[in-house]
Design a protein around this ligand. Structure first.
Ligand SMILES: *Cc1c(COP(=O)(O)O)cnc(C)c1O
Length: 399
């Protein structure tokens, strides 16, 4: 578990100047709906999807719902022509409700109950992921209906979340799985991996792609049916308080590695964070304040147990801005509303003197934020305001 919030940090507060339009939008939204709010800008979702599509022109992008499973995000991406990456029956239900054609979905949770498989198949999704024999055996009853990807693991201690610790198998194990599937008459369509979320180094993808290519060559050498698909997972990074490489530059070596694959191999990716992180701005208001040991403590109506849950679960550092920027800056603490002492968003940051009711803005709040929020202490989760879902620039609440 990460404790990014406990690190003394002056960086997370930015003296970014907000435009008059944005201030008006934030203030009028709070006047209408109350605080705390999450403001989802569907234009940013579109822009990020298009940027990744352009950076990976030969890759089919399946948006992973997990970081921000909202209907408006699904609708926006469906309109863009995106495909979707599902992991649970709840996610299957969400895309089904929004009319996503099942052919545009894959189910990538490596460990499933029989009911998870049946629910996805009933919807029409028939691509699944396995990484062990026990899981492969679950598909015996569905051998005529499914196509499977075998997930490989590549450890990555630098990522926010090293997803290869919990899931994935070695190249040798993958080959054994593929051979066994052949004897059980279960079709293996290809390989997949996830190099880890917020991976800053594109070489992680490059070496994973090369290893997958070697496994694909081995499959042919052993006389097994050639694999037709490679799924390069998610993990594409975004800039929080630290700048990351622009996505087109990041993808150059990845495209080079992909060009070494046989032309018959179809490539997929499962981006989550990259598509949605920048699309959400959080708005919290100051509920109360106290001076303690030389610092001003501001108690906000959103915190670690709410939209800032990513400080605990995701290692992210969100750039913070205050709407009121006048006056001298003083060492301050931004705390969440619950009665728990770990519920602190930022310590030792220099903030202008705030009044009760003043607004604090969080940037890059779209991925793994509201998705992992709780209503601990009965503090209600922030509501989401959807912006720019339709061309006419409408504003709407979601539940
Ligand atoms: C979480 C997850 C993703 C999305 O990862 P990001 O790092 O957010 O891009 C994609 N695929 C699988 C299987 C996941 O578990």
């Amino acid at each position: 578990m990460a404790h990014a919030h406990s690190v003394l940090d002056f960086q997370s507060f930015t003296h970014q100047i907000l435009s008059a339009d944005e201030i008006h939008l934030i203030e009028s939204s709070v006047a209408q709906f109350g605080a705390p709010l999450l403001m989802l800008d569907c234009d940013v979702v579109r822009q990020q999807y298009r940027a990744l599509k352009q950076a990976l022109p030969t890759v089919t992008l399946h948006f992973a719902l997990k970081p921000l499973p909202l209907p408006a995000v699904v609708r926006t991406l469906l309109d863009e022509g995106a495909s979707f990456d599902l992991a649970t029956t709840g996610e299957v239900e969400l895309v089904a409700q929004e009319g996503v054609p099942a052919e545009r979905t894959i189910h990538t949770h490596p460990i499933k109950r029989d009911s998870d498989i049946r629910d996805a198949l009933a919807y029409g999704c028939n691509v699944f992921v396995v990484d062990n024999l026990n899981e492969l055996e679950k598909f015996k009853p569905y051998q005529h209906d499914v196509e499977l990807l075998v997930r490989l693991s590549f450890r990555n201690s630098e990522a926010f979340a090293d997803l290869s610790k919990k899931f994935g198998c070695s190249p040798e194990q993958a080959l054994t799985l593929i051979e066994t599937a052949q004897t059980w008459n279960i079709r293996i369509k290809g390989l997949s991996f996830h190099v880890g979320s917020q991976t800053m180094n594109p070489q992680k993808y490059v070496s994973a792609i090369r290893t997958c290519k070697a496994v694909m060559d081995q499959v042919v050498e052993r006389g097994l049916p050639a694999l037709s698909t490679l799924d390069i997972g998610g993990g594409f990074p975004v800039s929080y308080t630290q700048q990351v490489m622009p996505i087109d530059q990041f993808c150059v070596p990845i495209n080079e590695a992909l060009s070494e694959l046989p032309e018959t191999v179809q490539v997929l990716a499962e981006p989550g964070r990259f598509i949605v992180a920048q699309a959400v701005t959080s708005v919290a208001s100051v509920m109360g304040q106290a001076e303690r040991e030389g610092q001003m403590w501001y108690y906000l109506d959103d915190g670690i147990y709410g939209s800032f849950s990513g400080l605990m679960f995701d290692d992210a550092k969100y750039p913070l801005v205050t709407l009121n920027q006048g006056g001298e800056c003083i060492p301050s603490v931004l705390a969440g509303p619950t009665c728990d002492s770990i519920d602190v968003i930022a310590e030792n940051i220099l903030l202008p003197k705030l009044e009760n009711g003043d607004l604090v803005i969080g940037r890059m709040m779209g991925a793994y934020t509201s998705a992992t929020a709780t209503d601990f202490n009965f503090f209600k989760r922030a509501q989401t305001v959807v912006l720019n879902e339709f061309a006419e620039n409408s504003e709407r609440m979601t539940g």
